[in-house]
Design a binder for this molecule. Structure first.
Ligand SMILES: [Zn+2]
Length: 253
């Protein structure tokens, strides 16, 4: 799940804030009993993490590559990116609903106010997102490929593989393009788009229109030239990139 999906999840799960967990189950090995009868003091997201704050500790969930959740909130069903049917990692039952989280990493953090340690200026979904700070950090990545820079959570917290591919397509940039060969203007456009597209992603996700609006991610034909879309594992993370070699050429300064 990418940042915008988690941002939406927080909104959907907010009715659980202030509620007490009535019972807990799931195949996690973290000692889930600790959560039993605990009151949720806050729910928030940062980058690709979903966080539940309790009195003297927090529960940090990372949905990794294929994680998801589903919940019933006050009688209404809400889901994450993909509905899963296998065993939940963790299920939390409340008087007003139930949350099931799948294929995710869950951890306790011993902190009574975890929110204060996060740098929200590096989160593309945050109202305090700081583009200038991001551009400054990119200057220190001159030897890196732009696809890796976009996925760097310390620079573009919340940007995932879908957003990366779409942003590079919108700005006609090859994912292997090196930062040092890229005009400053282009880098600024990409940074602005990473934030704007993430907010657009959130709006589409909310009304189940995300997939219908993607142009290059998991496509086989380029919507501009009609040529074949390249599909390659690229960069340090070896995450799948989808791009058109004709419409996303290398550029030089
Ligand atoms: Zn093309």
């Amino acid at each position: 799940m990418e940042g915008p999906s988690l941002f939406l999840a927080v909104e959907q799960l907010m009715p659980f804030k202030g509620k007490t967990i009535l019972s807990v189950s799931g195949n996690t090995k973290i000692g889930k009993e600790r959560l039993d009868h605990k009151k949720v003091l806050d729910i928030f997201s940062w980058s690709k993490q979903l966080l539940f704050q309790f009195d003297d500790f927090a529960l940090r969930t990372h949905f990794l590559l294929y994680g998801s959740f589903e919940a019933t909130v006050e009688g209404k069903s809400v889901t994450g990116d993909y509905k899963r049917t296998r065993d939940p990692r963790l299920t939390l039952n409340f008087e007003n609903g139930q949350l099931k989280m799948y294929a995710c990493s869950v951890k306790y953090v011993e902190d009574s106010n975890l929110k204060r340690i996060y740098d929200f200026t590096a989160d593309v979904m945050s109202p305090t997102w700081d583009e200038k700070a991001a551009l400054k950090k990119i200057k220190n990545c001159s030897e890196e490929q732009i696809a890796d820079v976009l996925m760097n959570q310390d620079i573009f917290g919340g940007v995932g593989n879908i957003i990366k591919n779409e942003v590079l397509f919108i700005h006609r940039t090859n994912p292997r393009q090196l930062v040092k060969d890229t005009p400053a203007k282009k880098i600024k456009e990409i940074a602005t788009e990473a934030r704007n597209f993430s907010h657009q992603f959130y709006e589409w996700r909310k009304v189940f229109q995300l997939k219908a609006n993607l142009q290059i991610y998991r496509k086989s034909i380029c919507p501009i030239c009609g040529g074949k879309v390249k599909r390659e594992k690229i960069g340090k993370g070896q995450r799948m990139s989808f791009y058109c070699p004709v419409d996303q050429p290398f550029t030089t300064k």
